[in-house]
Design a protein around this ligand. Structure first.
Ligand code: FAD
Length: 382
């Protein structure tokens, strides 16, 4: 179906992104998957092309247009090419909005140029070994000591954590026994700060070209000037940005589902079974027809939600519905696509196997499907 979402500017950006990714990212997919990360130099090159700072104001070296559709287009093109993006989606959709919304003028001048140029990649550290879904359970502490906070604690599963130059750490600055949501603050920890260390680069089932890390904070002294926003308001900031984060995961789900269907159509056309093409069986046609229909429904829902976001009307429950539907649809689609590949669908050298492994996490991170259902049920006053 025709998609009214994108305009000429987005299509121009699409061409730029595609030719850049084709030359600079796609050829390195195997190498970066084996290394478990996208190298810093590749991020710098993406920054030079203007791919990382579209939303950053022009005075800080960005494109000055805060529009979800630019990174959406970038992810579509990367998925078509099978090009790993590493920490870029989190940098663009998840962390940059915090800096744009909460930085003081002094912080903006200090951090935004590097964020736009790709010199400084960014991560956000909410999850801890003991708490993920339950954000209010964060135990990392930031205790005020004069002009500094002293951070202690551990974070885990942090996307881009190995290569990040700046990490937004959600930490507890005070404790109220009867309100666990109060007393959380966002503190930006810079690479090289004494006491801040990175643990293992975690070995994952999928998304293997993205570094995912444990981070440790051992008496880390961070200037109060590195706090984003007001002290004690992090829970509010985090929950208000989670809608965008969830739409980003839905984008990821939809573009990867598209890639799975396209790869599978190519495969069933050329695979010979019982003296003819696999595509001639009604079962093959039906499985792909179901997948295509679910993909289309997911994409229409997502595009509609992006329009709502752009109009400033996207509610938390809307974002939850979109993430739930798109990620669950992706799971069903990639599963069928693996089935149609037979044994080859189980071999790591086939792209469908990577797409299958990568898909599993979209139902878990950024709030699991169960948490999405809780949010939706709450909107029904249940
Ligand atoms: C690859 C990857 C990248 C990630 N990147 C980041 C990152 O950059 N920054 C960051 O902060 N975090 C990140 N995460 C963490 C991610 O957001 C959490 O893993 C996720 O929120 C789930 O938390 P958990 O792992 O602690 O699971 P748990 O909260 O322990 O959940 C376990 C199970 O219990 C279910 N459950 C929990 N609560 C309820 C409930 N109330 N009702 C019903 N069921 C419930 C869950 O749905 C799940 O099925 C990442 C995770 C992964 C795997």
């Amino acid at each position: 179906m025709h998609r009214p979402l994108f305009e000429q500017d987005h299509e121009d950006f699409r061409s730029l992104a595609r030719s850049f990714l084709e030359k600079e990212f796609a050829p390195h997919a195997d190498e970066w998957t084996a290394a478990g990360l996208v190298p810093k130099e590749a991020y710098r090159r993406a920054g030079e092309q203007g791919l990382l700072g579209t939303a950053v104001p022009t005075e800080y070296g960005g494109g000055g247009v805060d529009d979800f559709r630019f990174p959406y287009v970038l992810m579509e093109e990367a998925a078509k090419l099978g090009a790993p993006l590493g920490g870029i989606p989190v940098h663009l959709f998840v962390t940059t909005p915090y800096y744009l919304r909460l930085c003081t003028a002094e912080q903006a001048a200090r951090w935004l140029p590097g964020i736009a140029s790709g010199e400084t990649m960014t991560s956000i550290a909410m999850s801890e070994p003991g708490t993920g879904s339950d954000l209010a359970g964060i135990r990392t502490t930031a205790v005020r000591d004069g002009d500094h906070y002293v951070l202690n604690g551990a974070k885990t599963f942090i996307t881009g954590g190995i290569n990040a130059g700046l990490v937004i750490v959600a930490a507890r600055t005070s404790t109220e026994a009867d309100n666990r949501r109060a007393g959380l603050s966002l503190i930006v920890v810079e690479d090289g700060t004494p006491g801040f260390s990175r643990g293992r680069k975690l070995e994952k089932l999928g998304v293997r070209a993205t570094d995912t890390a444990e981070l440790f904070f051992d008496d880390v002294r961070v200037p109060v000037a590195n706090r984003l926003g007001d002290e004690g308001r992090a829970f509010e900031y985090l929950t208000s940005n989670l809608g965008v984060e969830r739409l980003q995961i839905a984008v990821n789900a939809v573009v990867q589902a598209r890639a799975a269907i396209d790869r599978t159509i190519d495969y069933v056309r050329q695979r010979e079974v019982f003296g003819g093409s696999l595509s001639r069986f009604q079962n093959t046609k039906f499985m792909l027809a179901e997948s295509e229909t679910e993909f289309e429904a997911a994409q229409v829902l997502l595009d509609r939600a992006v329009e709502e976001l752009l109009a400033g009307r996207l509610e938390a429950a809307d974002a939850a519905k979109v993430k739930l539907f798109c990620s669950e649809a992706q799971g069903r689609i990639v599963d069928r696509c693996v089935q149609l590949h037979g044994g080859y669908g189980y071999m790591l050298e086939y792209e469908i196997t990577r797409l299958y492994a990568d898909a599993r996490v979209t139902r878990i991170y950024g709030g699991s499907s169960e948490i999405m259902k809780l949010i939706i049920a709450k909107s029904l006053a249940l």
